[in-house]
Design a protein around this ligand. Sequence first.
Ligand code: UD1
Ligand code: MG
Length: 484
Amino acid sequence: MRENGGMPDPRLAVVVLAAGQGTRMRSATPKVLHTIAGVPLLGHVLATARALDPAVVVTVVRHERDRVAAAVAELLPESLVVDQDEVPGTGRAVEVALGALPAGFAGEIVVVSGDVPLLDVDTLRELVAAHRGRRAAATLLTAVLEDARGYGRVLRSADGAVDRIVEHADATEDERAVREINSGTYVFQADAVREYLPRVGTANAQGEKYLTDVVAALRSAGRRVEAVPVRESWIVEGVNDRAQLAETARRLNAMIVRGWQLAGVTVLDPATTWIDRAVQLAEDVEILPHTHLQGATVVERGARIGPDTTLVDCEIGEEATVSRTDGTLAVIGPRASVGPFAYLRAGTRLGERGKIGTFVETKNAEIGAGTKVPHLSYVGDTTIGVETNIGAGTITANYDGVNKHRTTIGSHVRSASHTVYVAPVRIGDGAYTGAGTVVRKDVPPGALAITVAPQRNIEGWVEAKRPGTAAAEAAATASREASD
Ligand code: UD1
Ligand code: MG
């Protein structure tokens, strides 16, 4: 599936840099696999790379090689994966990628970083067009930042031409005052990098082979290097630590929320509403504050979600309401109602107009249309028919200590408060249970099941056994008044 159904551009290759450790993240997870909007940083970059329609995408890996390569295989299977060797640095990463390009490849190489997730394909297209238009050997995407700390600075000569890039770690105080930064996104003529990258050394503060040093090499060979400033600097903000991860996530989320608002979704409080990239929302969906919609969650027209709700991979039907709920892999029917304070676990399916109410936990539970589980219940490994009412405090005891068993409850059942269903057990259509019943045997259709012993009142027990207590005095007063 290619954008515009277009043919890939045979003169274009994209190299995605994803071999670095991401030391500043201080994480067991490789930096490029940290997620924003439910997608790894690398996933955002690979999606953009693919949208450019290049002849080939090459992703360079090394740190946590197997995990990153597996992620690439999942996120963009058509990408080639190339291993960087022990020579560190972005320059070396591009050098090893050159070997994976089609033999005789003579077009442009677009280099992007796996840790710059907000870069969009339009910006890349403009960069390629500028590079081709100016017949440059290299074109850098740059930005002017208020706080340029950590970035490579773009140093220009008096006539304004790009001279070289100096990394923050290698820069003098004067150089650090420069606010124009290298975004880490470039277009190179393949022949230019093939010729000049091997000449770049590692004599710098980090002992790395810097891709950025190819700029000075090209310039001293008299080749043209251009710099194109980005429209807005946040597009090229890199994620190097957790603070930048949060900032980037917030920025992307704001764009996603705004996109849904313009598509007809009411979002009361964008600042506390988090929507993953793959979520789908219909018109007239209403989202109340502190709501997180994650994974492949789908919400149909007119449904109201929140406040204080997290849904992961859930499907919510038309005009359903879900309030103060935590749900994963649940399917909620049209006009159904969930919460407040419900916990929907995997395999929950609630039919049209059904209800999963307050302090109710469900798991592997098929609950039919119009059926209500309104209060304080656990319903697990259970099938319930239509228009059944489950009384407050009902428990399906699905676990015998070793195995899980199923409870099957029919349609139009009236299950009284505090019923315990000891699975496996089947309850026929139209059956009733008495309050406090422990159902251990199947109940035929239309039967009333009761297990509780008849109630016995022992008259005068309190005054006889608890004399002098407040209860005894209250009882004495009540019986005096009754006999008056
Ligand atoms: C790099 C640039 C810097 C620029 C900044 C923009 C260099 C030398 N510096 O610095 O000028 O301002 O990006 O964000 O290029 N990587 C590899 N192999 C390696 C090292 C890194 O593939 O050996 C990958 C990383 O996984 C990452 C990207 O290259 O995706 C950038 O690496 P990083 O260490 O973040 O470079 P910066 O210090 O940010
Ligand atoms: Mg970086």
